[in-house]
Design a protein around this ligand. Structure first.
Ligand SMILES: *Cc1c(COP(=O)(O)O)cnc(C)c1O
Length: 398
């Protein structure tokens, strides 16, 4: 055996773009969590944003049926099955009253993360600026770096309802800006953007010749009878924006890897060109199951939403009965909570882990403006939330 590595590791240097990636911030929490479990501790994990509820049965049935059909065993079309694209267009029309051309304005993705990660390769040159929300989903930064772009952070602050202040972006950076990531309903802050904000953003993008990439992975999560808008509800947005959608969270399909990009046809074509050089489409059986989810998933989605809303109420009411003052999130399955005085985000997270065996996510893992917050995910059963509240109530604050 002649593997060309030494005991010290590789005999060559990793690529600069990989070395530039920050260390995985949650790795240490993960390690400590596993250590506690090994010691026999009953750890409650409120950290991961991954639905605990199974994928609805009718979607699994659609997959099973399609998987048995040999015509689905070949390479899929790069651009996705016309049947699936039409189903997406119909869903979009029903949900947002927005008309999309299924041939040119829709591109199925291997999960929306895949499209978000590949988009900068299609539109960003080395030295271009990409505007990224802070705190935000880490992929916006890494995909920018992979394309040689410069990340410029847009702070999301409570006093601005966690919307970026577009007028505060430095002029010299703005002049070099090519792309702006937005994400509403927002992970991690759970903020929702209204049409008035999207209108402003579209106008801004047109004025400064910037493409908007709106990550709408949580578009179907809005509680108390509200609905989150698509950026395409703004007149003319299709000229300056693409929007990323995901079936992962809406239909409990995170492991299935299916989502789609919609919007500006030139950008959709460019992203498709990048993808056709990297992947060879989505397994057709998954596309057909995705079609089933969009066509017939309304009731399942409503059930889900009620489940999360009940968990949210249990958690927030529980915290507030113990003297915290937390606002109920209007959307997503996250609670974005200020850490109590005397703690940094990291210290609070370690306190929860070691004193109460509860995993929560430190806000600073999402960017510098996440410092001072921690994130709780509602992707666990009510019994776990109730037990977590008992432990928090029984633990001295410091
Ligand atoms: C979960 C998540 C995604 C990725 O979803 P997939 O479709 O599973 O890749 C994208 N953006 C945000 C903000 C998310 O939280």
């Amino acid at each position: 055996m002649d593997l060309k590595t030494t005991s010290k590791g590789l005999h060559w240097e990793p690529a600069e773009r990989v070395k530039k990636l920050p260390p995985y911030l949650f790795a240490e929490i993960d390690r400590q969590k596993r250590e506690l479990i090994k010691q026999g501790k009953k750890v409650i994990d409120l950290g991961v944003g991954d639905p605990d509820i199974p994928t609805p049965g009718f979607i699994i049935d659609a997959l099973a049926q399609a998987a048995r059909d040999p015509s689905n065993h070949r390479y899929a079309l790069d651009a996705g099955m016309p049947l699936f694209r039409e189903s997406i267009a119909n869903w979009f029309q029903r949900r947002f009253s927005v008309k999309l051309d299924p041939a040119k304005e829709i591109l199925p993705l291997i999960g929306s993360k895949e499209g978000i990660a590949h988009l900068p390769l299609a539109v960003v040159n080395p030295g271009d600026v990409v505007l990224v929300p802070d705190p935000g989903y880490p992929v916006y930064k890494s995909s920018t770096w992979f394309a040689g772009g410069e990340v410029v952070l847009m702070p999301l602050l409570d006093q601005n309802d966690f919307l970026p202040d577009l007028d505060a972006i430095p002029q010299d950076k703005l002049a070099k800006a090519k792309l702006m990531f937005l994400n509403y309903p927002n992970n991690p802050t759970s903020a929702v953007a209204g049409l008035d904000f999207f209108k402003k953003a579209v106008e801004f993008a047109r004025r400064h010749k910037i493409l908007i990439a709106h990550d709408a992975a949580y578009s179907e999560f809005a509680y108390d009878g509200q609905k989150a808008p698509s950026i395409f509800e703004v007149e003319g947005a299709q000229e300056v924006a693409v929007e990323f959608h995901s079936l992962s969270k809406t239909f409990n399909m995170t492991g299935w890897r299916v989502g789609f990009a919609a919007g500006n046809p030139e950008v959709i074509a460019l992203l498709g060109k990048i993808k056709s050089n990297i992947d060879s489409g989505i397994f057709q059986a998954i596309q057909l199951a995705g079609k089933k989810a969009l066509d017939d998933g309304h009731a399942a989605w409503q059930d889900n939403l009620l489940t999360y809303q009940k968990r949210r109420d249990l958690l927030v009411d529980g915290f507030n009965r113990m003297g915290w003052t937390i606002k109920k999130p209007k959307s997503t399955f996250y609670c974005w909570i200020p850490v109590p005085p005397g703690y940094t985000s990291a210290e609070l997270v370690m306190h929860f882990l070691n004193a109460m065996n509860i995993v929560v996510t430190p806000g600073n893992g999402f960017g510098p403006n996440g410092e001072g917050y921690f994130r709780i995910s509602l992707t666990v059963p009510e019994t776990h939330i109730a037990e977590a509240l008992l432990r928090i109530g029984a633990s001295p604050k410091r």
